[in-house]
Design a protein around this ligand. Structure first.
Ligand SMILES: *Cc1c(COP(=O)(O)O)cnc(C)c1O
Length: 383
């Protein structure tokens, strides 16, 4: 039996008529960019995330770039993040004019290690009247970006604690974590500003690119709204922004989906629970470790697996969808060679990159399909 890693058609089948109505409405309204549907989505997304403001933009990557500019990043300043994430986290730092500084992850949750964050700041930085300065380079540290990887929120108690000691803004990369919770707070409400992606394969996906920012700070929201449209008020420009808006039609599609999101999360979480039970006793795989304070939406279901590459090949030969997120940590990417990192600098990220494998977890996965995946993994290790 063929089992897809993700089948968006199944999700769309149940809402096809509503999606078609969105298209018809957009076509007849001739409002293609922003418009009433985007404003409604912003209000609904803010309410869902528990923030005062939500600001639509063109992608998750743009959300990060806009957030960094709005929180004050200037050219050649430093931004702290993790090497074990999708490329866009660090790519956005560079596109916004900054330089990434990497902090390793925890081996259990795959999220930023707050102790290492604190240690790096203590060992390398000082608070001056120019802000937090990296002593060796003289450069200012502008922000911290924790990534809520695979749908689990990073330890925001500890990260916010460090950030407030150093008075640094926290930009949440919540691209994989719409709706995920830390205690009772949703992703995007835990830092200074939250960044979301509506890339089609994300847990809340548009039918194209799209992104969102969240914040409780009205001044920041105002600045983000300005920066997404060239930084102007009318035709007067106090700063240089960009063109990064959300299409009306995508906002309409997303409104239809947001209404179902909690229901879809139940499906993902139930599938994750079934895998966990099924793999207890399979010593060669470690199922996801979720912090008791976190409520994961399992944007990916990621195992640490022995003989990962062989398992990957075996599952693929059985036509079972699986993937490696992410095979090469960012500090070892060719484009970041100038940063001066080398193999061995972030052992946990490097180790995880060699062992992770993600299995199908989408809500519409059938029981039969999941049984097939489970049986294939078990068969592989019993051979
Ligand atoms: C998808 C993703 C992004 C980028 O989002 P796009 O909408 O594709 O630009 C950024 N960070 C992480 C962790 C992601 O998974």
């Amino acid at each position: 039996m063929q089992v897809p890693l993700l089948d968006i058609n199944r999700q769309h089948a149940g809402i096809e008529e509503e999606l078609k109505q969105v298209f018809a409405k957009a076509l007849s309204s001739s409002r293609f960019i922003k418009g009433p549907d985007m404003e409604a989505l912003e209000a609904e997304f803010a309410e869902y995330s528990g923030t005062k403001e939500a600001i639509g933009c063109a992608s998750g990557t743009d959300a990060l770039i806009l957030a960094l500019q709005a929180t004050g990043l200037k050219r050649d300043e430093l931004v702290i993040t993790v090497p074990f994430t999708f490329f866009a986290t660090a790519g956005a730092i560079v596109r916004a004019g900054g330089t990434p500084v990497f902090i390793d992850i925890l081996p259990d949750t795959f999220n930023m290690d707050p102790d290492l964050l604190s240690e790096w700041l203590n060992n390398n930085c000082a608070i001056t009247n120019r802000g937090v300065i990296h002593r060796k380079s003289g450069r200012r540290v502008a922000a911290i970006i924790p990534v809520h990887i695979f749908g689990q929120i990073a330890n925001m108690d500890a990260i916010n604690g460090v950030a407030s000691t150093w008075e640094l803004p926290v930009v949440e990369d919540a691209a994989q974590a719409v709706g995920a919770k830390w205690r009772d707070s949703r992703a995007g409400s835990l830092g200074t500003v939250g960044c979301f992606s509506f890339f089609p394969s994300k847990n809340l996906g548009a039918l194209g690119d799209g992104g969102m920012l969240t914040t409780d700070n009205p001044e920041l929201a105002k600045r983000l709204r300005s920066i997404r449209e060239h930084g102007g008020q009318g035709y007067l420009h106090a700063e240089v922004g960009t063109n990064s808006r959300l299409d009306a039609i995508q906002a309409g599609f997303l409104r239809v989906k947001l209404r179902r999101l909690e229901e879809w999360h139940k499906g993902r979480r139930a599938n994750a629970e079934r895998y966990k039970e099924a793999f207890t006793g399979v010593d060669q795989v470690r199922t996801p470790v979720i912090d008791p304070r976190a409520w994961s939406i399992y944007n990916q279901y990621t195992l640490l697996a022995e003989s990962r590459d062989e398992l990957l090949g075996f599952l693929r030969s059985r036509q079972i969808g699986c993937a490696v997120y992410y095979p090469l940590p960012l500090h070892l990417q060719e484009c970041f060679r100038d940063l001066g990192y080398s193999q061995g600098d972030f052992k946990v990220s490097e180790d995880c990159s060699g062992k992770v494998i993600s299995l199908p977890v989408f809500g519409e996965l059938t029981k039969e399909e999941q049984d097939e995946v489970i049986a294939a993994v078990k068969e592989f290790y019993q051979r």
